[in-house]
Structures are given as C-alpha cells and as structure tokens.
Ligand binder design. Structure first.
Ligand code: GLN
Length: 548
C-alpha cells in the first residue's frame, strides 16, 4: 500500500519545494523503497504546454508524452527509478476540464456540481492515480498556502489525510526564515502565519523544512516547534547549498529527514545505500578542469527556460570531473558581425529547442560558426532543424533553404510538416514523448550510446524533409539515426568535424547526474579536448545506454 507525503509551501514561492521533494525521493530510494512523484499546480491552464517559457520556465516532457511542469524534471533527475507519467502532473485546469466534460455528458445525474465534493473528489482520485503502486508518493502542491487557487487542493489533502489515516499520509511544509540585518535576527513570524493558514484548513504539518541563509540557532528551532506545533526534531534547516543542488539530499540526511519520514509513516528504516550518490558528490566538489559552453537561445534571460539542458550539461561535466560554465547567448544578438565576439573562446556550442521565427537567423549563424570553426556542437530539436538549414544553405548553396515554420514559400523546405500533420490545428499535432530511434553503425551517436536502439523524447511539429535527404547526404551530412516506424530522420552528424551532432529529440530530459546522457557526456569530453585537455579517462569507459 502506498504511503503519501504531501509537500506544501508557505511565505514565498520559489523556495525550492521541487528540489526538496526530489531530494526526499532520493532518500527513500536509498532505503530501498520505490518512489513515485506528483505535482499539483493550482493554475487554470490545462497543462503548461501552451505557457511561455518566459512565464513558467521549461516545459518538461515525460516518456508517455505529457507536457508538464519543470519540477517533474527534478524528480526524474534525483531518483533512479521513478517513471513519471500523464498522472504525475495535475493542474486546476485539468481537474476542471475533466469535471466539466463529465457534467456535459450527464454523469452527475442532475446533481449540483460543486467544489466540495466534486472537485476535491477528483483531486483525491488524481493523487491516487499518481501513486502508480509505488511504496511512496511524494506529492508537491504548487503555489503558497493562502493562494485562493490552492484552496480546493488543500481541502482535498485534508480529506485525504483523514481517509488514509495517520500512519499512511503526512505533510511536509516548506517555509522561509528571513534574516533582518538591522536587528541581526532570524524571524519566525512569517512561518508561524503560514502554518496558521494550514491549520485553519485543518492540516497540521508533520515536518517543517525551513529555508534559511544562515544556520538556525536552537532557540529559533524551539520557537518554531512550539508555535507551529511540530516536534523539535522535525524542524529541519535547509540552508542554501554551497556548490550544487545535488548537495541538498545530503543536508537532509544529516538532519535525519529520511528516518523522521519512515518512522512517522511506520515503515522500517532499512539503512541508506547511497554509494553512487556519495561518489557523485565527490566528483561535483572536486572538479579538475573547467569548460565553457555557449547556449544560444531565445529565452536566455530566464535560467529556468532551459533547465533540463543546463542540468544535462552539468551532468556531462560531473562525469568528466569538469565544471561547466554556461555562457548564455541571445540568438537575436547573433549575426555575422557579432558571432566572433559572442561565441569566441567557448569550448562547445548548444542550440536548444524553440518555437517561432524570432532568433532563428542567429541560431543558424551559431551553427555555421561551430561547423566552420570546428567547435564541438550539439543541436537539440529546433537546433537540429537549424543545423540542416545551415548545411543546405552554406554547403549546398541553397540560399533560400528554410523550415516551412518560418518561410512557407521556400523552394527548399528542408524542414517541413509531414503529410499526416498538414492542415491540423495547433496543439495535439505534435510528436510528443518517447519514440524509437535506430542508430546507424559507425556514427557518433551509436558509439556514444553503445546500443542499436534508443527511445528518446520529442516535442515538435516539423521534421527533416526526406525529399532532400539524398542530396544532403551526398554533400556530407550523415544521418545518424532514424525512427524505424516512419523513417523520420532523428539525428544528423558531421564526420569531418571533432563533434557535430544534432538531434530531433530532447536528450536533456533523460539525463541524470549519476547517468549523464551519452550525447551530453561526449559533448563535454569533446569540449575538454577542444580546450586542449585530455577528456577524463572515464568518458572512454563502456557507454551506458540511455534507454531502449
Ligand atoms: N519549432 C520546431 C517544431 O515545432 C521545434 C520544436 C522544438 O524545438 N521543441 O518542430
């Protein structure tokens, strides 16, 4: 039977509930339990698929093709085995869409449809569906207590705690302890008030996890315990981690969070087996080299817009024992005059995914620079499409070559909608989630992955246009992998170049710190070589498959 841990937040948003939830997942897996994660988002969008990355950061894609909140990326990265699905992210919009569809079908048999019990029932149903039979479901509620939109979720959680009983469900509340410089004091009042808000609804938190820039003295902890009605040993200090987000689980272990949860939910403490994790921390804390990678994108002002790409790069660095610095370059500022200045000196270049025309010419210019200057290059989704356009324009001389996303009338639509996608409305027309890719022999991708077939996640409408394949291949563009069912080109490579790989999928979604995605791992190895440093001995060790 699944045990449930709800993670709520108070005082401020952006406190790191996602990372805290993900860390709890790592701890419980360390005790040998199976873990599933879920995120409840109170906003009204049905899913984040249509939200701008400027507003909400990256859209994370699960293997089964759900477009979800970026916190799901943290959950998958921190755990070894949690497999997130369409049931792992529910918004108010998704809950309401379900209820309204039922109402229209007449499923409520003439009854009045209300927040309590209909919306709350649907939320509880969603939580149970998210558990997927795991030993633990860690369910994070987005937003901050006191938000109007979050109320039905908190009410549903209250009911859920009652239904499941005390030993089967608990609440960890994440809060913020500000430091007042003038009086040189850590202040507990905002946390007291946020717990009061929870108690108003009838929820008593079991763990109080306190974000703080400074250590919490014992008297502050006692005060929090007393006023928030939480056992003193369940007041946890969560200071800013000095080097990496992956240090957070260790901080929680040191304060016994794993034991507190297991004891509270009446599960045996099995002893933590986290050798891989501790070995990872060693590598993170002792980098032997530095490399700089340029990320040429449209949303570079907002770090979260390319969250998984940033993480995958950093993971590649962990493997090579190198610290990766990411130079964010705005594609719109990039042109033949500025390219040398903006990309000069970097050891690798990434062009990530994106939608729409803005910045496209800059991205194509970045590809040209990488190809001509022989800088290691990885193109992701739109990045691959730009690589194909660049090759068509500058190697084959098809000056007008383009994607029909940006130029409907081009004579060289090297990237185009496939026949079964034309004429369809936006939304629901995308290739979403895991698709198989057969890797060709003698390619960089095959060597990196070490297997013949992988499954990789997609989120796009346009494809490599096979009408131009023969000519592009004859001119030196290597097709590294194709989708076996539809013969869609998934990977292009250049072999007269130190490292040039561009993929139609998003390998960044499958990278973990302990298991970097092979294409990122090899990009960083190539970056080190470009810098004139030997790539770590480990990066030539047998490749780990990224999935089959
Ligand atoms: N805009 C491109 C498409 O729809 C690429 C999408 C992406 O990079 N995720 O095919």
């Amino acid at each position: 039977m699944t045990k449930y841990i709800f993670v709520t937040g108070g005082v401020l948003s952006s406190l790191g509930k996602g990372l805290t939830s993900a860390s709890i997942g790592l701890l419980l897996e360390g005790h040998g339990y199976t873990v599933q994660h879920q995120k409840l988002d109170p906003y009204l969008n049905v899913d984040p698929g249509t939200m701008s990355p400027f507003q909400h950061g990256e859209v994370y894609v699960t293997e089964d093709g759900a477009e979800t909140d970026l916190d799901l990326g943290h959950y998958e990265r921190f755990t070894e085995n949690a497999v997130l699905t369409k049931d792992s992210n529910y918004t108010s919009g998704k809950i309401y869409a379900h209820i309204i569809a039922k109402e229209r079908r007449g499923d409520y048999l003439g009854r009045t449809v209300q927040v309590i019990p209909h919306v709350t029932d649907a939320i509880k149903e969603a939580v149970r569906a998210g558990a997927g039979g795991a030993d633990f479901l860690i369910c994070e509620l987005g937003g901050t207590v006191g938000d109007i939109e979050g109320l039905p979720f908190l009410e549903a959680i209250r009911q859920f705690l009652l239904e499941e009983g005390r030993v089967n469900a608990m609440v960890a509340h994440l809060t913020y302890i500000p430091y007042l410089h003038t009086s040189e004091e850590l202040k507990t009042k905002p946390s007291q008030h946020s717990v009061m808000k929870l108690r108003e609804i009838g929820i008593l938190p079991d763990l109080l996890i306190c974000r703080t820039e400074r250590p919490l003295p014992d008297e502050v902890k006692s005060k929090l315990s007393l006023f928030c009605n939480v056992a003193p040993e369940h007041v946890i200090e969560e200071q800013d981690v000095p080097v990496s987000i992956y240090e957070l689980p260790q901080m929680l272990i040191e304060q016994g969070v794993d034991r507190a949860i297991l004891e509270r939910l009446d599960k045996p403490v099995r002893g933590l087996a986290l050798e891989k994790y501790y070995a990872l921390l060693e590598r993170i804390r002792n980098p032997k080299a530095h490399v700089e990678v340029a990320l040429v994108g449209k949303y570079v002002e907002l770090g979260d817009a390319y969250k998984s790409v940033n993480e995958a790069l950093v993971h590649g660095g962990f493997h090579a024992e190198a610290k990766v610095r990411i130079r964010r370059v705005s594609a719109e500022k990039l042109n033949p005059e500025t390219v040398g200045e903006l990309l000069g000196g970097v050891h690798a270049i990434i062009v990530p995914g994106g939608f729409g025309k803005r910045g496209i010419e800059g991205k194509i210019e970045a590809v040209r620079w990488a190809r001509e200057q022989r800088v290691p290059f990885l193109g992701l989704c739109l990045g691959m499409q730009c690589a194909v356009i660049e090759y068509a324009r500058n190697v084959l001389g098809w000056e007008q070559a383009n994607s029909t996303e940006f130029d409907q009338d081009t004579d060289y639509p090297v990237i185009d909608l496939m026949p079964d996608q034309e004429g369809l409305e936006k939304g629901g027309t995308m290739r979403l989630g895991g698709y198989r890719c057969a890797l060709r022999a003698d390619t960089i991708s095959r060597k990196a992955d070490g297997v013949e077939r992988v499954s990789e996640r997609h989120r796009h409408r346009y494809e490599f246009n096979n009408k131009f394949r023969t000519e592009l291949v004859a001119a030196g563009l290597v097709v590294g992998g194709t989708n076996p069912e539809r013969d869609l080109v998934e990977i292009v490579e250049l072999h007269d170049h130190p490292y040039f790989v561009a993929v139609q999928f998003h390998p960044e979604f499958k990278s973990k710190p302990t298991r970097p995605h092979p294409l990122f791992r090899e990009l960083i190895a190539a970056a080190l070589e470009h810098k004139g440093l030997p790539s770590s001995a480990e990066s030539t060790s047998p490749a780990e498959p990224s999935g089959a």
